[in-house]
Design a protein around this ligand. Sequence first.
Ligand code: SAH
Length: 199
Amino acid sequence: MRAITGAPMTEKVRRAMEAVPRHEFVPDSVKPQAYDNRPLPIGEMQTISQPLIVALMTQLLEPRLGDRILELGTGSGYQAAVLAELVDQVYSVEIIGALADEAAARLKRLGYDNVTVRHGDGTLGWEEVAPFDGIIVTAAGIEIPDALMRQLRLGGRLVMPVGEVGGVQQLKLVENRPEGLINENVLSVRFVPITRDIR
Ligand code: SAH
């Protein structure tokens, strides 16, 4: 059993976190730190979030077995793998081609055949496979992209760090309820920025 330092979480999310080998998702140079509760570099100036934040964001989505989830910001593929342990399908979009390719290959090698990675701009969502039961944005933006709100199913939940890029953001939870949208600020966080620059 792998200990993830200091991360309080539900039993279901804890089991998912334990099932995913985090060391497979980080470069050799930081493998000794793979199970520390801290963010780690994954190349291309991007970072994999600390396990506590991955657990929290996963939990906020309230994932269920039949769910279809959209992720903006595949990065290493770690968050996608954690979700893949809990839901039916994960669709993840990454704007940096090298990271998208690496993550897709890694997820395949590790047997996560319910994750589909696409190279592109995740702020546009993924029209062909929408709507989603949950949308998780793992990069920061000044506002929630309209396309993502449109692709969130009624009853669905969206989690995203919203605020000044390069500064502190609020981790926001949006619930698309029949009586209207419910918006909650959960925690102050710091994420790498969303870019529109496909490379
Ligand atoms: N969830 C990742 C960490 C994400 S870091 C993991 O578990 O490893 C944020 C990622 O968002 C970076 O890889 C960055 O390239 C990507 N990103 C930034 N803007 C994006 C956009 N518009 N569409 C898709 N991905 C984007």
